[in-house]
Design a protein around this ligand. Structure first.
Ligand code: ZN
Length: 247
């Protein structure tokens, strides 16, 4: 039976430290806790790294966080040669916040790109320094400079970002909310988490389970580093932090 772990990052993406109790160690040494602030790799966003602090102050370094059999089973993968905690042991969880915060800013930037480029998404990968989003675009309207300017207009608008829960039926009634061409959000649990940008979702809303900043201004300066053609209709956009380099 897969374990259901309380995913604290869903309600508070800014929680960098939390308490948890060990409920299981899987056959590969993965640590499962009753609750966690560690995001597990999903939806193009890499899982968190960090450490679990024991009562005596020693550390269990965590190299990766992944989902188990279900999305609710979150597994902390220790780095090689780490001590194994006891079942029932209370630990203090510390995520690598500098890394996570960059991923949150980048992940949010990917949402903004889907507003500036309103085309079906065929793939996405969030990184600390660079993220990529693939779109199905037969004819691209704009170039790196104009799309970067569109992104920065949304960043500078400092729009609020918040989540909302809707029912499977609401989603079925609003198919336009889904921007992925091939991936449908998981339905069947009865509710879907929507990530909304702008007052009353005036800028955007789409199903997403990742972690985001709370205002678009927090994304900071970003630009499109590259647009590549991948196949006949696929275009890959690379988002990078900082100002666009001088041409
Ligand atoms: Zn998202």
């Amino acid at each position: 039976m897969p374990h259901t772990v309380k995913a604290l990052f869903r309600d508070d993406a800014y929680l960098s430290v939390a308490e948890g109790k060990v409920v299981a160690i899987n056959d590969r040494g993965g640590i499962i806790l009753d609750q966690t602030c560690f995001y597990a790799t999903s939806g193009g966003q890499p899982g968190d790294t960090g450490f679990l602090e024991r009562a005596d102050g020693s550390r269990i370094e965590i190299a990766a966080t992944v989902c188990g059999e279900t999305k609710d089973e979150i597994i902390h993968v220790p780095a090689p040669d780490q001590p194994v905690p006891e079942i029932g042991e209370a630990l203090t969880l510390h995520i690598d916040w500098d890394r996570r915060y960059k991923l949150m800013r980048m992940h949010t930037a990917c949402h903004l790109l889907t507003v500036v480029c309103p085309y079906p998404i065929t793939g996405a990968s969030v990184g600390e320094e660079e993220s990529r989003v693939d779109f199905d675009i037969p004819e691209l309207d704009g170039d790196k400079a104009s799309i970067s300017a569109g992104l920065m207009q949304l960043v500078e608008g400092n729009h609020p970002i918040y989540t909302e829960t809707i029912s499977d039926a609401d989603l079925a009634a609003n198919p336009g909310l889904v921007k992925s061409k091939n991936v449908r959000p998981p339905t069947g649990s009865g509710s879907i988490r929507l990530v909304c940008i702008g007052k009353d979702a005036s800028v955007d809303s789409q199903p997403c389970g990742g972690t985001h900043v709370t205002e678009t201004g927090e994304v900071g300066e970003i630009h499109i580093g590259k647009i590549e053609k991948k196949g006949r209709e696929n275009r890959r956009f690379r988002i990078r932090f900082g100002p666009a380099p001088a041409q």
